[in-house]
Write a protein that binds this ligand. Structure first.
Ligand code: CUK
Ligand code: CUA
Length: 646
């Protein structure tokens, strides 16, 4: 299909040396243009900062990766859906509640789509949302401290893939079920029926989660949908604000997704949802309220930053068979995957992964077709519009396996072609390909900062490639994924940089750094530490016993723990170490780990209190120590706990 260019050796040279090679025409196939030029474009000098933050989903690592762009440096990993040994997230008593679900404690997740909050259709730097596909959930991360603030479970869903896309003023974040399951007509409960009754019994749901001013999420309503697989989504904007678009495949409703069953139909559908109308129906009390147990877990800032779980019992469901004007199906070839709305809000682009063209629907034509009732049929009460009547155009020769599209704000769209491993640039008005570039290999999503908003920053594009193979030094059978940074500021796309990414990044978001950093916290103010078990001076440190429950109130400051010799603990006790870091300097955390505690460590930020629970099983004296090299006397930062017989 294509040959691999081996330029590893060039990239292993110091960049400074590369800059000296300005005249070096390194490219045998024109892929790099000039390496020296490329190096200059991505080079961020020591001590300098990147222009953009990139937020890359961690896929099956359940976290959110933070990268600097254009350098491609991996700056941080924000723990979201998976426990993080690095700082005790999900292990500490303060954060365990974040993993509460109706399936119990679920400390792992599969995170696909981060989405920045928006105001007036533009990224605003307040929050990032991200979905969890396996145990249906959506998380909200605050960009003031880069910590997960809230995780809400989505009931009546069997895999929350088409999520977490926001409406232009973050009124809603949406979710849709990837897998349909048999659902009871009355209460949408999962049914014990033969799997081959798919056509009769299986259904899906699309959910709209309301986001308030503080970011708090609650499920406003769900819409009952036919038993397709709902894949991706994007909200309308500008003229199409008030609508959201969801791809679906398996309109055959086959119970095995073998190609012959589930990819038979020439066209599947994009579901166009009038969420403004749906919200109105919900406000008027339409639909019905059914049992729909789900947890909302959140960091309670009023209560010292301790995570709480709230069980919500019910949810409102709207049925398109009863409520007119809620949903329309736009026929779309062929097993569409991504769906993207251009910055003007006029065009809806689908990635028909088995299609030979990229279909572009016109929102204006869609409205017209609805007004004229230009319907071809219906599925579960949902009118199917006529394909030709809503089509803006079809992009011919878009590469094989088109998946996802982003926009540069200058009238161009960029689509990944998974099978032919390329990015294809095309003119939105003319639906004509104008440029293409090879990527290595098999891109899934791509990202342009703001590229799915009303105001993209069309300078760089990142290809998020699924297959890495020979791009880096080999690391055995398993390796990181491969992202590539492409310059899209000119007529021709130029490949600038390869950089590895952890997990399986699906989607990503980018934002200029200055929109984010002005609000950021550097440390937690000790005088505002509202943790009920905080110890804000060494004088208050103590050990308290209440039956077999022991609470150790500890402090850390360079370079000692107080207290550092603890006696009176017995086998069978439940010991809680409440450790407050008294430091008030940026970037001076202390760690806390106990030999023999089968838990984790804590990494306590300046001004913060975290709690580790230990149930000692053996008699003896056990050292504990600070895990983070905090000062010249870090190795001395340790202590002993004596455990006596019960
Ligand atoms: S999906 Cu991964 S390449 Cu989960 Cu957004 Cu398309
Ligand atoms: Cu504190 Cu090392």
């Amino acid at each position: 299909m294509k040959t691999t260019t081996t330029k590893h050796w060039l990239w292993s040279l110091p960049v400074v040396a590369l800059l000296g090679l300005l005249s070096y025409g390194c490219s045998s196939n024109g892929e790099l243009g000039s390496s020296a030029e490329a190096a200059q474009q991505v080079y961020v000098a020591p001590g300098e900062h990147d222009e953009f933050y990139g937020f890359f989903s961690g896929g099956y690592n359940g976290q959110l990766g933070v990268y600097g762009l254009p350098s491609g440096r991996h700056l941080f990993t924000i723990p979201v859906f998976s426990q993080a040994a690095v700082n005790g997230y999900g292990y500490s008593e303060e954060t365990k509640a974040m993993f509460q679900t109706t399936d119990g404690f679920v400390p792992w997740g599969d995170a696909h789509h981060p989405e920045l909050s928006q105001t007036n259709g533009e990224t605003d730097g307040r929050w990032v949302f991200i979905n969890e596909n396996n145990t249906p959930r959506i998380a909200r991360i605050g960009l003031d401290d880069f910590k997960t603030q809230e995780i809400i479970e989505i009931p009546n869903s069997a895999g929350n893939h088409a999520s977490s896309f926001v409406t232009p003023n973050t009124e809603y974040v949406s979710a849709a079920t990837r897998f349909s399951i048999p659902m009871d007509e009355e209460d949408l409960s999962n049914m014990d029926v033969s799997i081959d009754t798919y056509k009769e019994n299986f259904k899906g749901t699309i959910s709209f989660i309301k986001v308030n001013e503080e970011g708090k999420m609650n499920i406003d309503f769900q819409i009952m949908m036919p038993g397709f697989n709902y894949d991706l989504s994007h909200a309308g904007k500008g003229p199409s604000d008030g609508w959201s678009f969801f791809t679906s495949y398996n309109s055959e409703q086959a119970n095995t997704l073998l190609e012959i069953n589930a990819s038979k139909n020439d066209k599947d559908f994009i579901a166009a949802i009038n969420w403004e109308k749906a919200a109105e129906y919900a406000r008027e009390g339409e639909g019905k309220v059914i049992p729909g147990k789900h947890y909302r877990n959140y960091i309670d800032h009023e209560e010292g930053g301790i995570a709480k779980s709230e069980l919500i019992e019910e949810v409102r469901v709207l049925d398109p068979r009863e409520l007119e004007g809620l949903v329309y199906f736009l026929p779309t070839p062929k097993s569409p995957h991504g769906v993207d709305v251009d910055p003007t809000g006029q065009y809806i682009v689908a990635g028909g992964k088995l299609s030979t063209v990229i279909p572009v629907h016109s929102f204006a034509k869609m409205e017209e077709a609805i007004a004229n009732e230009n319907f071809e049929g219906e599925v579960m009460g949902i009118p199917v519009l006529n394909y030709d009547s809503i089509l803006h155009g079809e992009v011919q020769n878009p590469g094989l396996g088109p998946l996802h599209t982003e926009f540069d704000g200058n009238g161009y769209a960029y689509t990944t072609a998974f099978i032919s491993s390329e990015i294809v640039k095309w003119d939105i008005e003319k639906t004509e390909v104008v440029d293409r570039i090879d990527v290595y290999y098999s891109p899934g999503h791509l990202m342009i900062p703001g590229g799915d908003s009303q105001n993209p920053d069309g300078k760089y594009l990142v290809a998020l490639n699924k297959i890495t193979k020979d791009r880096y030094l080999p690391t055995g059978p398993e390796m990181f994924h491969s992202a590539q940074l492409i310059d899209i500021s000119g007529d021709k796309m130029k490949l600038l940089l390869d950089f590895p990414t952890e997990g399986e990044p699906h989607y990503a978001q980018g934002i200029t750094a200055d929109k984010v950093i002005k609000e950021q916290k550097r440390y937690y103010d000790l005088s505002e530490n509202g943790h009920p078990r905080a110890t804000t001076s060494e004088k208050q440190t103590r050990v308290e016993r209440d039956g077999n429950e022991v609470h150790v109130y500890m402090t850390t400051i360079r370079s000692h723990f107080t207290p550092d010799n603890i006696e009176g603990i017995k086998v069978g006790d439940e010991v809680y170490f409440h450790v407050t870091n008294l430091e008030q300097d940026w970037d001076v955390p202390h760690g806390f780990a106990i030999k023999g505690a089968n838990n984790a460590e804590l990494l306590i930020m300046p001004g913060e209190t975290l709690t580790l629970k230990w149930e000692p099983k053996k008699v003896g004296v056990f050292p504990f120590y600070c895990t983070d090299f905090c000062s010249a006397l870090h190795q001395e930062m340790s202590g002993y706990i004596r455990v006596s017989p019960a």
